[in-house]
Design a binder for this molecule. Sequence first.
Ligand code: ADE
Length: 273
Amino acid sequence: MSLKQKVSCLIGAVFLAFLLAGCGDQTKDTGAADQEEKKEEEKVIGIIGPMQVEIDILHSHMEVEETTKKGELTFYEGNLEGQPIVLVKSGIGKVNAASAAQMLISDFEADVLINSGVAGGIHPDLGLGDIVISTKTVHHDMDETAKDFKPGQIPYMDTRYFEADKDLVKLAEKGTKGLPDYVDVFKGPIATGDQFIASEEKTDWIYETFDAYVVEMEGAAVGQVAYLNEIPYVVIRSASDDAGEEAAGIQENFVEEAAKNSSHVIEEMLKNL
Ligand code: ADE
C-alpha cells in the first residue's frame, strides 16, 4: 500500500469512528444536567393554586411583569417578595394540576413547584384553618389492589409516595411565622384524589391507609410531575373543612380564611429564600 493510500485509509477510519460516536445512544438526561447548569442562576418558583380564591392573594401581592394565556390557562410571571415566580390557577383535579405543573416546567422554566390551597382535614388533631406542610403526597384513589399492588401504588413506578423536598419543607415551617395564634401547623403525608371527600367512612379509610393529615385534589399530581422531571416541590394546605358529611357547607364558610393562611406561608417562604 502506498503512503497516499495509507493516509486516506487512516482518514477514513477516523471519519468512521466520529460517525459511530455520533450515531450511538442519543438519550440525554436533561433533568439533572439542566438543574446543574441553573444552580448559580436565580430559581424560578412555579406556584399552582387550583381555584381563584387560592391564587387571589398571591396575585394581588405580586408584581406582574407578563401575563401569558396558553390554551385554557393564564400564567402570571413576575416577582413576589423579591423572588421570580410564575403563578397559575390550574383548575380543580389531578389532570388540571399535572398539566399546569408540566407547563410551568416546560414553557416557563420553573425550577421548583409549590402547590398552595385548601384541603379537608382528616387527622383527628387538625382544626379548621390549620396548616399542613407535605412531607410526601400519595394518590388515595389509585387502586390496583386487585393485582396485589398497595393502595395508592402506581403499578411499576418505584415510589408510592412522592417525597417533598426537605429544604422546601423547612422553609415552609419557617414561613408559618406570623400566622394567627389559633392556627396550628402540622407536617405529614397529604392524600390526593379526584374526589371531594364528604364522608366520615371515606375519611377514616384514607387516614388509616395513608396516615394522611388532609385530603385534597391536586397535590400528588404536582408531586408526581415534580418527580418525573426531577425537580423539588412542596404542598402547603390549610383545612377549609373536615371532609365529613357537612364538608361542602363548612368549606363555603372557611375557604377564604384557609386560602389566606396557605398564601401567608407561601409569601413568608419566598421572603426567606
Ligand atoms: N379540598 C378542600 N376540601 C376538600 C375535601 N373535603 N375533599 C377533597 N378536596 C378538598
